[in-house]
Write a protein that binds this ligand. Sequence first.
Ligand code: G3P
Ligand code: CA
Length: 276
Amino acid sequence: ENNGHSALPHGKFLVIGHRGASGYAPEETIPSFQLAKKLKADYLEMDVQMTKDGHLIVMHDTSLKRTTNAEKVYPDRAPWQIKDFTLKEIKKLDAGSWFNKEYPEYAKPSYRGLKVPTLEEVIKKFGRNANYYIETKNPELYPGVEKKLLNVLRQYHLLGPNAQSGKVIIQSFSKDSLLKIHKMDPNIPLVQLLSYDQPAHMTNHEIKDIKKYAVGAGMNFDMIDKAYVQKLRKNGLLVHPYTVNNEDDMRRLLSWGATGMFTNYADRLNKVLKTY
Ligand code: G3P
Ligand code: CA
């Protein structure tokens, strides 16, 4: 069983800043994480992937294409997979201008030229003043990513004997990746991500299996119902639906007993919590 549940702030509902405050700022950049903190997200959510030369960077997509100008800077290197680029090459990219173009209402000149952060840069910036909800993204592409991740987290005392508990939650769609992490450190709170394309159901067997290594599950909110949430809760699993950006959805999921939510708008979720 995963012992990490008790490491989390007891009974506290978690506002999880999805890719930072990605409704307002370029996702998974330092300003996005800064804004998430300012909007009182309890956790900074981020996806970790590995460069060709073995550095951990923070980015959602497997490809650099959508959230940087890689297509322009490296026209001959389609499909711009992170794993095919060195950190030095990735550091030449602009990870902010796409947002200004896509979301003119939230555009800021200061977003122009933002760099893709490494995990270490994010941790150095916020240190122990933030909590981190880290996803191993596409871990099958990056052999050894789990070990590297844990090493970085230990190096900065976010894990290990000198760490305050609950500073880090690790999530993945990959059970395999979570099992590797659980084996290296059974005290880390882990969350199994799930994606449903039809009304969600979880069998007792599945619940029992997840409970062997994880403290909770995160799933797309649009396929779950009250019975689903209550079944997981009754069995002692945390329930963190993603990605909830609308206040009515937030209220409904809260009433069903969700214990946290991923949102691009931490301010909206905090507002709903105040009046709930
Ligand atoms: O990590 C929770 C949620 O972020 C999963 O979806 O695609 O945004 O990583 P995604
Ligand atoms: Ca994620």
